[in-house]
Write a protein that binds this ligand. Structure first.
Ligand code: NAP
Length: 688
C-alpha cells in the first residue's frame, strides 16, 4: 500500500454464538457513519472478498471449545494455511479483536493464531490486537478497543465527511418510535397461547413468569457527576412489518427461524432413563429418539453430535409479552423482519419471514444470556422514569462497571431487566437489534448405528442451579429442563421407560469436522478419557468396535488382533452418578473393553495419600502402560468433556507421562502432543 491511505477496508468475522458477528456489524455500521467505506463478511464467505486486492483488514473472532476457531472460520483458516508465499499479504495492514474467556487454558487462541498467520504471510498490524475476556465482561475490552480504533484507522484509511452519527441515530430512533408495534393494548393472561410449536401443551402450572428484580447497590451513583465511556445507542436495524392479511402464525410443524448446517427433522421421543440417583449432585437423563423415517438425513457414527432446537421457556416468553404490553392477537399475527435502509439483518434473523412475535421470542433470540451493555443503553432510551434512566446509564458507563458485573452475576433474563426498570418499554423491533441469537444445544450420540440405526441415544445433565449468595435465585437451562418436562421427569435410576405419546423433538446433525471417530483400523488401540457426561461418545465407540469385531469373527472365522480399548472415567459417587455403569461393566466383562478405570472424586480418601481424585491422576498411575501403548502400539487418544479444567489436567498428565517414560524434556513432550493434535492422533471434543 506504500504510504498512501486505502480508500476502503474490509471486516471479517467468525462467530460461534453471535457475539463476534454483532460486534463486527457494529464496527461496520459505525465506520460507515464515520465516513469510512467498508464491507463486512463472515470469514467463510471466502468468495466474496479478495485479500490480494484489499489493503486494510479488521478481523473479529470468537473461540469455541478450548481456543478452537468457530465453525465459520474453518474455511478461512484452511485458505490461509494453503498459501505458500510469505509475502502474499505484504500489501495489507490489519488489526484483530478476539473474544475469549480466561477460564479456558488457551485464552483467545484463535485470535493469536490468526495474528501470527497474517504476520507470517507478510501483513502488518496497524493497531494493537484486542483480547476481550468474557470472564471480566467482553465490553471491558471491546468498548475502549473500538473507541481507540478510529484514530488509528484514519492513519491507514480515507475517511469522508464528518462524524455526525449521534444526531442521525437519534432521528432514526424517533422515527422508529412512531413505527412501533408496541400498542398499548390490555394484556390478557388467560388468552395467551399455551402450546409450544410442536403442538405440545405447556405445563399449565407454569402460567406466566413474573421475573426476579435485580439487586443493585446504587450508593456510588449519587456521587457520579458525569458518565463516561457510555456505549453508543445501538443502530436501528430491524423493522417488524405486519402482514397485510390478518393471519395467525402459531405452532408451525418445524421451527424455521434458526439457521442450521443440515436440515431439521422432527424426531419422536421414544424412551427415557434416569442415569443418576435422586441424591446425586447433578441429575443426568438418557433419552432415545426414533429416527427411522430419516435414515438418509441422519446418518451417524459414534463421535458425531447433533443439535436440538428447544424453544425458550414459554412462561418466560409470555412474561415478556405481558411486560411489553403486546397482546395475544399481536403476538400471533403474521409478521416479517426486514432491515432498515442501508443496514443488513443479523444472520440469525434472515429467516424471520412469515413468522410471529411469539415465534421470535421462542426461537429467534436469546432471552437468558448475560446482558450486554448495549441492551442497557437501549433500555435507557425507552425509559420514561428519570431515576431508572440514570441507573441504566450508570450501569453501562465506566463509573458503573462494578455494579454492571454484579448485575451479570445475577444472570438476569430479559424479563428480569424489564421488571427492574418497569418504565422502560422498548419496541420489540429495537430489542431485536441487540439480543443475541437463540442457539441450538448440542449433544454427543451415545449409541452405534451398528447396534440400532433407528434410534439416537444421548445424555445430558439438567441445568438447574442457584446464583451465588446473597442472590440465591434459582436458574434453569433452556433445553434440558424442557426435555426433562417432555419426558415426564423420570426418577427411578436406570429404569428405561418407553414413551407412548407422540412427542416431537426437532434436531439436525452437526457435521463432524474434527475427525473425532473410532478409527476404521480395528487393530489400533484407543485410549478414551471422559469424566461425567464426557463418557457419552465412548459408549458408542465401544459398542461400535464390539460389533466390528463380532462381524469380523463371523466373516473370517479366525481371530484377528483387535486394538485394546482403555476407558478412563470419573464420577463423584459410585452409587449415585456412575453413568452407564451396566453397559461399561458388561463391555469390561466381555473383554471388549480391556481396561475400565473409574475414579471417584468425592470418595473420602480421594486426592489424599497419593489416591487419585480425577482421571488425570489415574492416567499418571498407569503411565508406564499408557506410554507403551503410545510408543509401541501407535494408540490414539480421545478426550471428551469439560474444556475448562479437565482438558488441561489431562494434557499435563499426558505430557508428564512422555517426560517420565520417554525421558524427554517437558517442552518437547508438549510439542509432541500438539503435533498429535494436528495429526488427529490425539482428538479432543471439548465442551464449554
Ligand atoms: P461433572 O459431573 O461436573 O464431573 C464429572 C467428574 O469430573 C466429577 O467427578 C468431577 O469431580 C470431575 N472433575 C471436576 N473437575 C475436574 C478436573 N479439573 N479434571 C478432571 N476431572 C474433574 O461432569 P459433567 O457436568 O458431566 O461435565 C462434562 C462436560 O462434558 C460438560 O462440559 C458437558 O457439557 C460436556 N459434554 C456433554 C456431552 C453431552 O452429550 N451431554 C457430551 C460430551 C461432553 P468433582 O466435582 O468432585 O470435582
Amino acid at each position: 500500500m506504500a504510504s498512501e491511505k486505502s480508500s476502503r477496508f474490509v471486516i471479517l468475522y467468525a462467530s460461534q454464538t453471535g457475539n463476534a458477528e454483532w460486534i463486527a456489524k457494529n464496527i461496520h455500521q459505525e465506520a460507515s457513519e464515520r465516513g469510512f467505506v467498508n464491507e463486512c463478511y463472515v470469514m467463510e464467505e471466502i468468495d466474496k472478498f479478495d485479500l490480494s486486492k484489499e489493503n486494510v483488514l479488521i478481523l473479529v473472532t470468537s473461540n469455541t471449545g478450548d481456543g478452537d476457531p468457530p465453525d465459520n472460520a474453518t474455511k478461512f483458516f484452511r485458505f490461509l494455511r494453503k498459501i505458500k508465499s510469505n509475502t502474499f499479504l505484504s500489501h495489507l495492514k490489519f488489526t484483530i479483536l478476539g473474544l475469549g474467556d480466561t477460564n479456558y487454558t488457551n485464552f483467545n487462541n484463535t485470535a493469536k493464531r490468526l495474528e501470527k498467520r497474517m504476520i507470517d504471510l507478510g501483513a502488518a498490524p496497524f493497531y494493537n490486537k484486542g483480547l476481550a475476556d468474557d470472564a471480566m465482561g467482553l465490553e471491558t475490552t471491546v468498548d475502549p478497543w473500538i473507541a481507540n480504533l478510529w484514530p488509528e484507522l484514519i492513519k491507514v484509511c480515507v475517511q469522508k465527511g464528518k462524524d455526525n452519527n449521534n444526531t442521525q441515530v437519534e432521528n432514526i430512533i424517533e422515527s422508529v418510535k412512531t413505527l412501533s408495534i408496541n400498542g398499548k393494548t390490555e394484556s390478557n393472561e388467560t388468552s395467551l397461547p399455551s402450546e409450544t410449536p410442536n403442538g405440545q401443551s405447556v405445563d399449565k402450572k407454569m402460567g406466566i413468569a413474573s421475573g426476579t428484580k435485580i439487586m443493585l447497590d446504587l450508593s456510588e451513583l449519587a456521587k457520579v457527576e458525569q458518565f463516561t465511556a457510555l456505549p453508543r445507542i445501538p443502530t436501528v436495524i430491524c423493522k417488524i412489518i405486519k402482514s397485510n392479511e390478518e393471519r395467525i402464525i402459531n405452532s408451525p410443524t418445524l421451527p424455521t427461524l434458526i439457521n442450521t448446517p443440515t436440515p431439521i427433522v422432527n424426531t419422536r421421543l421414544d424412551a427415557v432413563r434416569c442415569l443418576t440417583h435422586p441424591e446425586a449432585l447433578k441429575r443426568t437423563i438418557h433419552l432415545e429418539l426414533e429416527i427411522k423415517d430419516y435414515r438418509e438425513k441422519l446418518e451417524f457414527i459414534p463421535g458425531d453430535s447433533f443439535g436440538i432446537i428447544a424453544p425458550n421457556n414459554e412462561k418466560l416468553c409470555l412474561g415478556i409479552l405481558k411486560t411489553l404490553e403486546i397482546n395475544e392477537n399481536e403476538a400471533n399475527q403474521e409478521i416479517s423482519v426486514e432491515s432498515a435502509e442501508g443496514t443488513e439483518l443479523p444472520s440469525h434473523l434472515r429467516n424471520a419471514k412469515s413468522t410471529s412475535i411469539i415465534e421470535l421470542l421462542r426461537y429467534g433470540v436469546d432471552l437468558n444470556s448475560l446482558p450486554r451493555k448495549a441492551l442497557l443503553r437501549l433500555l435507557a432510551e425507552y425509559t420514561t422514569n428519570e431515576e431508572e434512566k440514570k441507573t441504566l446509564l450508570f450501569l453501562c458507563s465506566k463509573q458503573g462497571s462494578v455494579q454492571f458485573n454484579l448485575l451479570r452475576e445475577q444472570v438476569p433474563t430479559l424479563l428480569d431487566l424489564l421488571i427492574t426498570f418497569p418504565s422502560s418499554k422498548p419496541p420489540l423491533e429495537r430489542l431485536l437489534d441487540v439480543l443475541p441469537p437463540h442457539q441450538p444445544r448440542y449433544y454427543s450420540i451415545v449409541n452405534s448405528p451398528l447396534v440400532n440405526r433407528d434410534l439416537l441415544h444421548f445424555a445430558f445433565n439438567i441445568v438447574d442451579y442457584k446464583t451465588p449468595v446473597p442472590y440465591n435465585v434459582r436458574k434453569y437451562g433452556v433445553c434440558t429442563p424442557w426435555l426433562d418436562n417432555l419426558s415426564g421427569y423420570a426418577k427411578e435410576i436406570n429404569k428405561r421407560v418407553p414413551l407412548t405419546t407422540d412427542i416431537n423433538i426437532p434436531i439436525f446433525m452437526k457435521p463432524n469436522s474434527n475427525g473425532f471417530a473410532v478409527p476404521s483400523d480395528i487393530s489400533r488401540p484407543i485410549i478414551m478419557i471422559g469424566p461425567g457426561t464426557g463418557v457419552a461418545p465412548f459408549v458408542g465407540f465401544i459398542q461400535h468396535r464390539e460389533q466390528q469385531i463380532i462381524a469380523e469373527r463371523k466373516l473370517n472365522n479366525i481371530e484377528k488382533t483387535f486394538g485394546e480399548m482403555w476407558l478412563f472415567y470419573g464420577c463423584r459417587d459410585i452409587e449415585k452418578d456412575y453413568l452407564y455403569r451396566e453397559e461399561l461393566e458388561r463391555f469390561s466383562e466381555n473383554g471388549f473393553l480391556k481396561e475400565l478405570l473409574v475414579v471417584i472424586s468425592r470418595a473420602p480418601n480421594a486426592g489424599l495419600n497419593g489416591n487419585p481424585k480425577y482421571v488425570q491422576d489415574l492416567l499418571r498411575k498407569r503411565g508406564q502402560e499408557i506410554y507403551e501403548l503410545l510408543d509401541q502400539k501407535n494408540a490414539m487418544i480421545f478426550v471428551c468433556g469439560d474444556a475448562q479444567g479437565m482438558a488441561k489436567g489431562v494434557n499435563d498428565a499426558l505430557a508428564d507421562i512422555l517426560v517420565e517414560h520417554g525421558k524427554i524434556q517437558k517442552s518437547d513432550a508438549l510439542k509432541i502432543l500438539t503435533q498429535w493434535i494436528s495429526d488427529k492422533r490425539y482428538l479432543r471434543d471439548l465442551w464449554s
